[in-house]
Design a binder for this molecule. Structure first.
Ligand SMILES: [Zn+2]
Length: 723
């Protein structure tokens, strides 16, 4: 690990005076990524990207900057001129500033190094210096065109969200042949429309099929509607990343003095394949985007019991019984899921079920030594007329809905109508409401669910662009009305920024508070959420194989500690099946969504052992170790496994799962990240084989052989280097 922290090179500045309008070239570097940047007279350019020891990627086009704006319905051309004095170059940051005299605008093209390893961040800001509002068209975060050898084999890796349910593919490795064209999109609505392609975690990696398995990757730190596009044509490889320009035309308003910020993207070079990239990126996400307050807690990621195991009819008595058993089992938080409130938008305890209120539940959890978390879908309006409720018919609130609701509209038990939090008054209501909920209910964790970013919006008096009246579709799904229109990306741009503001403020005011990002199970898994929440519900399907699949996919790009699996009730005729069920959710953040009171004494004892093992030996690896995908993606039939290896402590663990097939009683996993010349002590936790000492070479070349006689069973094998 130490070699990642070697150096940050000084930014090299060289002014070139051989042409009339001078251009600057700068280099910005981390131990993995080196970018050369140039400020042309009329526009900036990413010149090249390289990774130490590997061939350079050379770009052949300048960044495309917006070339026109609209004022009072008139289109005005924009000519950008470099402002050399305002531009800045140092080792951590390069910012080239361009100005347009008329219309008066300033554009900052910025790259910055948040850590001395990993990727480099990039953002474009456009400031309106006109005395009146302007409208600007689509500005991508990043677009380049690498010059590639037509004979070089390239591979594209992209990852689906576990939204709703992980698909049969999840992790895609696709050859980038001539004429390859691909667009991946992300929003907060993944898989809402099953006709659409699956959404991706907004990230993509291109790898050269070489011995070094080197290449580059890019990701987007934003939860709104974004897309990444890849296109190969012989010797050209074009990439674009940023807001999703579809449905077109995108436009956004800038008031006087306002600044449009493209979603931040990061761009990094790597070697040693997708796990080589992931082992740097995961650490970088923790350091750059993660919440230090959470990571400094040695109990993070927590072991949780979720009330949904008690069903929709959960009440005070059931919850208290679950809490007592959770504490007995060694769990660390009780998570009160849906089912506790009076109604959608009316976030007060249901008096029949919880006569002593939410705070009594929180206090009971605390008395049991547990933290207390609460589910809430805080952007939903309902029809409750109780004081404090968000009522969709309230004249003050009605305009916050994304469309007018018909007179017969009714909310569903957990879903109401989404409000547009991009509207300042709506955002203020949410801020006050969340402050009340967090403070009055003594929360340690707040889970948000549902669709908190409006899908589209047909209002013309909101900050976002008005919808195109001729090209607008309003439809109903799960009790809520949705709008599709050309303004959908701009609606999401405003709503997501409001959401980030709300959570940044809550974090400042409640430093110990944790946020679970749920959004209907794994639909909001992106790097903007990673910067504003503490962990993700990665899928809404909770059987062992779905949990392992969602973990396999997501763990390519996000720290394992942030990846929550809900372990639901599953048929477990044998204790081996029970352990398999628990462990399938125990590779990242473990939440048990079962009423543990119904478990047998044998199951109780097994679960208590597993939780103890997790806290004592596995959690430190989940937090800090490198992670290797040492099998194909789980299919529930064959064997699969994940390896953790802590390079500093020289120890690790291999989670092994045997699928349902009767055919294969043993399997060898080729381990990664070890030292071929070193010797290792192998310890089989369940004693499925005898412990032994073997060489790194054997583990990496012949493999770690595990034998399990029972289908749907598991083993955890510890590996430690021998002095
Ligand atoms: Zn709106």
């Amino acid at each position: 690990m130490t070699n990642r922290f070697r150096f940050v090179s000084a930014g090299i500045f060289s002014a070139c005076f051989s042409i009339a309008l001078s251009a600057q070239t700068a280099t910005i570097t981390t131990s993995d990524t080196r970018l050369t940047l140039k400020s042309g007279p009329a526009g900036p350019m990413l010149v090249s990207l390289s990774t130490p020891g590997q061939a350079e990627w050379k770009n052949r086009r300048s960044e495309s900057l917006i070339d026109a704006v609209e004022i009072d319905g008139k289109k005005l051309a924009v000519t950008w001129t470099l402002n050399q004095e305002a531009s800045q170059i140092d080792a951590q940051r390069v910012a080239f500033v361009y100005e347009s005299a008329s219309p008066h605008l300033r554009l900052t093209w910025e790259w910055r190094v948040p850590e001395n390893y990993g990727p480099i961040e990039h953002e474009i800001r456009i400031e309106n210096l006109e005395p009146h509002e302007i409208w600007i068209p689509m500005q991508d975060s990043l677009a380049f065109d690498w010059s590639v050898d037509p004979n070089t084999s390239l591979e594209h890796i992209f990852i689906e969200k576990g939204a709703n349910s992980p698909s049969a593919a999840g992790t895609h490795e696709v050859p980038v042949n001539d004429a390859y064209t691909w667009v991946g999109t992300s929003s907060t609505y993944g898989d809402l429309d099953e006709k659409e392609p699956r959404e991706i975690i907004p990230w993509s990696l291109i790898q050269r099929k070489s011995a070094a398995q080197d290449g580059w990757y890019a990701g987007i730190e934003f939860s709104g509607r974004t897309r990444i596009a890849v296109k190969r044509n012989k010797d050209s490889l074009k990439i674009a990343a940023g807001l999703n320009p579809d449905p077109r035309p995108f436009r956004t308003r800038l008031q006087t003095g306002e600044t449009f910020e493209t979603p931040i993207v990061f761009l990094g070079g790597f070697r040693d394949g997708v796990d080589g990239a992931g082992n740097v990126l995961r650490r970088w996400v923790r350091a750059v985007l993660g919440n230090p307050g959470t990571w400094n807690n040695p109990h993070y990621p927590l072991v949780v019991n979720n009330s949904w195991g008690g069903g929709i009819d959960v009440n005070e008595e059931i919850a208290q019984r679950m809490m007592r058993d959770a504490a007995e089992l060694g769990m660390e938080m009780f998570h009160q899921d849906a089912g506790w409130f009076r109604g959608v938008g009316d976030w007060y305890a249901n008096p029949q079920k919880f006569p002593h209120g939410v705070v009594a539940m929180a206090d009971a959890a605390h008395k049991n030594g547990l933290k207390f978390g609460l589910w809430i879908d805080w952007t939903q309006a309902g029809l409750s007329t109780e004081t404090g409720a968000l009522n969709a018919r309230d004249p003050k609130v009605r305009d916050w809905m994304v469309t007018d609701l018909p007179a017969d509209w009714q909310p569903e038990p957990f879903k109401g109508q989404t409000i547009d939090i991009g509207v300042p008054e709506a955002k203020q209501w949410v801020e006050r409401e969340l402050e009340r909920v967090v403070t009055d209910y003594h929360l340690d964790m707040l889970e948000h669910d549902g669709y908190l970013v409006a899908h589209g919006c047909d209002r013309d008096d909101h900050p976002h662009a008005a919808p195109d009246p001729l090209n607008k579709c309003v439809y109903k799904s799960w009790g809520s009305y949705f709008v599709d229109s050309s303004n959908s990306t701009d609606v999401s741009y405003h709503a997501v920024r409001a959401y980030y503001d709300i959570y940044e403020r809550l974090r400042r005011e409640h430093p110990g508070l944790m946020f679970e990002i749920c959004n209907d199970g794994g639909r909001m898994v992106d790097f903007g959420s990673a910067a504003h929440g503490d962990y993700f519900s990665i899928t809404d399907t909770y059987d062992p194989v779905s949990n392992r699949r969602a973990f396999y996919d997501t763990s390519h790009v996000l720290p394992a500690a942030m990846l929550e699996s809900y372990v639901e009730k599953w048929p477990v005729p044998r204790i081996e099946n029970f352990r398999y069920m628990i462990r399938s959710g125990m590779m990242g953040w473990l939440t048990i969504m079962q009423d543990t009171n119904v478990w047998s004494a044998e199951q109780h004892a097994a679960a208590k052992d597993e939780i103890g093992l997790y806290k004592r030996e596995l959690r430190p690896l989940v937090r800090d170790a490198d992670l290797f995908h040492i099998s194909a993606r789980p299919d529930g039939i064959h064997w699969d496994g994940i390896e953790y290896w802590d390079q500093e402590r020289k120890r690790g663990a291999v989670y092994v799962f045997r699928g349902s097939s009767e055919a294969e009683n043993s399997h060898a996993f080729l381990l990664l990240g070890l030292d071929a010349a070193a010797r290792y002590q192998i310890r089989f936790h369940d004693h499925s084989s005898s412990d032994r000492r073997v060489s790194g070479r054997e583990l990496m070349e012949r493999g770690l052989r595990v034998s399990l006689p029972v289908p749907n069973s598991s083993e955890i094998v510890f590996v430690g280097e021998v002095e």
